[in-house]
Design a protein around this ligand. Structure first.
Ligand code: ATP
Ligand code: MG
Length: 350
């Protein structure tokens, strides 16, 4: 296993730059999630690490060793993709063995690695099956076994769960993390799903438009998003973002007033749904737009008189009907302010 460092990595396709000046350190044994919307450069970054793309500028280092111009096979990286790459005419057993074909391992060691992988992934009963006889989740398990028997320097996973149904995704999420912790393998996991990122990553690197927006632990990213982009992208239901202005220690947006000790000027206020509360009176007058009952809690979507929508988390038993009037008010201590011009977090609100 190894630490991976990206040093001012840049990748252009003709005039278009897909990855821009990316500095990233993945520590040895870390599970790093690359999170961002479609087209932000996640796969391109992964392909550069694997050697499948040649960077336009910058360096890639494995444990301090410059591998930027090394061919893919000498990097000993294992990749797992959205659809499992298995030879269709070979059984699961033959597929797994095939990934050790070019190694000069002793037969006993080969056997031991395969047996370990098969037992870790609990695929003993799939060994005689062809890929066409397996479900999507089973194919992903076999593809993972195929990757781990090589004992690679690092694992790179590109949206391996996105083609699977929700229940299976949740099962495999925990399995992948559990396996990664047992193997202690340096892992870069790409996803555009922020729930996957939050639940799986030791750290999350949020990308946007080919650039790194923020890197941090899931709770750092969630509690202290560096930019409006991260604030809006991470969290479900999403953070409420309200454009307004601070003057004389008060944030004002339409009829909303929040006392906040902040510098005057135009800002966007961010408040998570659990920090926006229903008030008997004196808050922002709204009407219920929709109720989403999640079982354990309810997401209340309200609309103010200017038709701006806000989301609140309320208790499961919350009584209310579409159209009912109510006032809402944010907890000032839990509000974040973002600079309108730069999009960056402005100042700690109180
Ligand atoms: N070979 C290529 N030639 C030209 N443009 C490319 C090439 N590969 C990627 N791009 C462009 O680079 C940008 C980043 O692509 P990339 O595949 O890295 O995005 P991504 O973050 O993985 O997106 P997704 O979540 O949709 O998989 C996109 O705008 C894409 O169109
Ligand atoms: Mg991609």
């Amino acid at each position: 296993m190894a630490g991976i460092r990206l040093d001012h990595l840049k990748k252009s396709f003709g005039a278009f730059t897909a990855v821009q000046d990316l500095d990233l350190d993945v520590t040895d044994g870390e599970f790093l999630v690359l999170l961002g919307p479609s087209g932000c450069g996640k796969t391109t970054t992964l392909n550069c690490i694997a050697g499948l793309e040649t960077p336009s500028a910058g360096r890639i280092l494995f444990d301090g060793r410059d591998v930027t111009s090394d061919p893919p096979h000498s990097r000993n990286i294992a990749m797992v993709f959205q659809s499992a790459l298995l030879y269709p005419h070979m059984t699961a057993a033959a597929n797994i063995e095939a990934s050790l074909r070019r190694s000069d391992l002793a037969p006993e060691e080969r056997r031991r690695r395969i047996d370990d992988a098969v037992s870790m992934l609990e695929i003993g009963d799939l060994l005689d099956k062809l890929p066409s006889e397996m479900s999507g989740g089973q194919r992903q398990r076999v593809a993972t076994a195929k990757a781990i028997v090589r004992q690679p320097t690092a694992f790179l996973l590109d949206e391996p769960l996105s083609a699977l149904d929700a229940a299976l995704r949740m099962t495999l999420r925990a399995e992948i993390v559990n396996l990664q912790k047992r193997l202690g393998s340096t892992t870069v996991f790409v996803t555009h799903d922020q729930v996957e990122a939050m639940t799986m990553g030791d750290r999350i690197a949020v990308m946007n438009g080919g650039r790194l927006e923020q890197i941090g632990t899931p709770s750092e990213i969630y509690e202290r998003p560096r930019s409006l982009f991260v604030a809006g992208f991470v969290g479900s239901p999403p953070m409420n973002l309200i454009r307004g202005e601070v003057a004389d220690g008060v944030f004002a947006a339409g009829e909303l007033r929040v006392p906040l000790a902040a510098a005057p000027g135009p800002v966007t206020l961010g408040v998570r749904p659990q920090h926006l509360h229903v008030r008997a009176e004196g808050g922002l007058p709204c009407a219920i737009f929709a109720l989403e009952r999640l079982g354990r809690e309810t997401v209340l979507i309200v609309e103010d008189r200017a038709r701006n929508r806000l989301r609140l988390l309320v208790e499961a038993e919350f009584e209310g009907r579409v159209g009912d009037p109510l006032d809402v008010a944010p907890d000032p201590a839990r509000c974040l302010l973002f600079d309108d011009a730069s999009g960056l977090i402005h100042a700690p609100a109180n």
